[in-house]
Design a protein around this ligand. Structure first.
Ligand code: VG1
Ligand code: CO
Length: 543
């Protein structure tokens, strides 16, 4: 065994986006592409002697090849130990959990999350820091900066080691521990939720369907729901992680999880349905013929948090991303706790959680989580709902409806225009920015604009400033239209338009969402000239 220094030259564009570096597999497969980025990360981290690294991914195509390379590079960089998930598998929440539990310096997650996989699909790599959370921008900018001038990387020529068997081996001076991907995570879930009462619920004939979408949540959901909680075999569908997710798009929304939605509409539908994404950090919650919007889910969990043992002492605060509906704000207000509004992306919650300012966090994009780790956590949210259902013994729809009666309903929808020409998307945003100063006071349809701006966030803990995080048009009645460009796509640009309208009147709570938002949808199009800029008369995905 020996460590080699290999000459390389920079690739353009290795700048991490909303959540790590994501590119087509074909891009990642170019000679030294992965090596360049990993060396840039290691160089940023500096001395690794005596330190532990956690490594795993969502099992998508290229996962194994990448694990092999990174293990040999970690040994060359001088890490004392790497904890790698068996078969190269670790969900994003599990990586976060393992980093924290074992005091690691950080971890590498191999995933492009909700993006499709397979040889034609996407691959991704993300670095998480010692608190278990996504590296903040100060790190990711440094990774990028180093990648622009990289000239060499270091790698061991050690022969391939077996990552399919749990146990210890060595590469150079580094211990490689292949760990059970589920163990530490399952133990943490047991501390947070009342497993006994959930077991009783399943024992009483309660049925659920968890759609793992052939992605990494399968082994976790099977072990916990069917194994520890006694849900009947077959509760978890699409439970085996596949390199191409079975050709499906592992994004848990009603469009992509069509199989689950159909099942939940059948006459003998289970009582409860849920789905998760590629790397298991997202969750979708559904009842019989009823979908819970992620923003409502956050608010409902916050309002009922004390049902779960891990949260029985109450919440310190709630944090939500800016485009997420303000349903959680109303709950925070009634609980007398602060509600923080952050830019999109879980990395912005890290400081609030570390400082003990927030306990629950959420995003409209099917992401919910808490201070138990520093990532959003799909199965955690499902277990929280199960704990709530076991205590309340009510259908999902009734729990949501009663929440609306108490707090009012925030009608909410997101319209995505995917893979549009990048220049046109930027032009649309620029044109909007120019209009911003003239919007306040204008009458648009039935609404009057109260304020309009480009969202900026100053982190209350470290004072760092994030600019241009989404254009907001806020109406006098609190309704909002928000425009953002996605930071996770790998083809062209994706425009996201977020729409929210508050309705206090309980007799008006059962209007179909798109109908309830029709006025705002029309305004969103005319203010930004979406059809003109994108050439699309309709969004490609509505959630
Ligand atoms: C999207 C979502 C954002 C989420 C991010 C990562 O980002 O909008 O809320 O945090 O994906 O989720 P963007 O920049 O495309 O809007 V995951 O599950 O793909 O790591
Ligand atoms: Co994800």
């Amino acid at each position: 065994m020996a460590i080699h220094t290999v000459a390389t030259s920079p690739y353009p564009g290795q700048r991490p986006g909303t959540s790590g570096l994501r590119k087509k597999v074909a891009v990642f497969s170019q000679p030294n592409y992965l090596e360049n980025f990993v060396q840039s990360v290691f160089d940023t981290l500096g001395d690794a002697s005596g330190k532990t690294l956690v490594l795993g991914g969502d099992g998508r195509f290229h996962n194994r090849a990448a694990v092999r390379v990174i293990l040999r590079m970690a040994a060359a960089h001088g890490f004392a130990r790497v904890l790698v998930g068996q078969g190269g598998i670790l969900s994003t929440p599990a990586v976060s959990c393992v980093i924290r539990k074992h005091g690691a310096l950080g971890g590498i997650v191999l995933s492009a999350s909700h993006n499709p996989g397979g040889p034609e699909g996407d691959f991704g790599i993300k670095y998480n820091i010692a608190n278990g959370g996504p590296a903040p921008e100060s790190y990711t900018e440094e990774f990028f900066h180093r990648s622009e001038s990289i000239a060499q990387y270091r790698i061991s020529d050690a022969p391939e080691i077996d990552i399919d068997r749990v146990g210890k081996t060595r590469i150079e001076e580094m211990d490689v521990e292949v760990i059970d991907p589920v163990g530490d995570y399952a133990e943490l879930m047991q501390q947070l939720f009342d497993f006994a009462i959930i077991r009783q619920l399943f024992g009483s004939g309660f049925r659920m369907c968890f759609d793992a979408m052939s992605a990494v949540s399968g082994p976790y959901a099977k072990a916990i729901l069917e194994g520890m909680l006694g849900a009947p075999a077959g509760t978890v569908i699409n439970a085996v992680p596949l390199e191409d997710f079975g050709g499906h798009h592992p994004d848990p929304n009603p469009v992509n999880a069509a199989q689950l939605i159909e099942l939940m509409a059948a006459p003998d539908a289970p009582h409860f349905g849920a789905a998760s994404d590629g790397d298991a950090d997202r969750n979708m919650i559904v009842g019989r013929k009823f979908e819970v919007t992620p923003s409502d889910s956050l608010a409902i969990l916050a309002a009922n948090a004390d049902v779960a043992p891990g949260y029985k002492d109450g919440l310190k605060g709630i944090a939500r991303s800016m485009p997420t509906s303000r349903a959680a704000d109303r709950v925070a207000e009634s609980l007398g706790i602060p509600c923080y509004e952050t830019p999109t992306g879980w990395k912005y919650f890290g400081n609030l959680l570390d400082a003990g300012k927030a306990t629950l966090c959420g995003e409209e994009s099917y992401g919910t989580g808490s201070s138990h780790i520093r990532e959003k956590d799909g199965l955690w949210a499902v277990l929280f709902w199960l704990n709530l259902l076991a205590v309340q013994r009510q259908p999902v729809e009734q729990i949501v409806a009663e929440h609306w009666v108490r707090f009012g309903r925030h009608y909410y929808s997101r319209h995505d225009y995917e893979n549009i020409v990048a220049d046109n998307a930027h032009m649309l945003m620029e044109d909007l920015r120019i209009k911003l100063p003239y919007l306040p006071g204008q009458q648009l349809g039935h609404y009057t604009v109260a304020s309009a701006d480009d969202f900026e966030y100053t982190d209350p803990v470290d004072g760092s400033l994030a600019r241009q995080q989404g254009i907001r048009i806020i109406m006098t009645d609190g309704s909002r239209i928000i425009y953002r460009l996605s930071g996770t796509g790998t083809e062209g640009a994706t425009l996201r338009v977020y729409l929210e309208r508050y309705e206090a009147d309980t007799t008006q709570h059962r209007i179909p969402t798109q109908q309830a938002l029709a006025g705002l949808i029309a305004i969103a199009d005319s203010v930004a000239s979406i059809v003109m800029h994108t050439g699309r008369s309709n969004p490609s995905v509505i959630t």
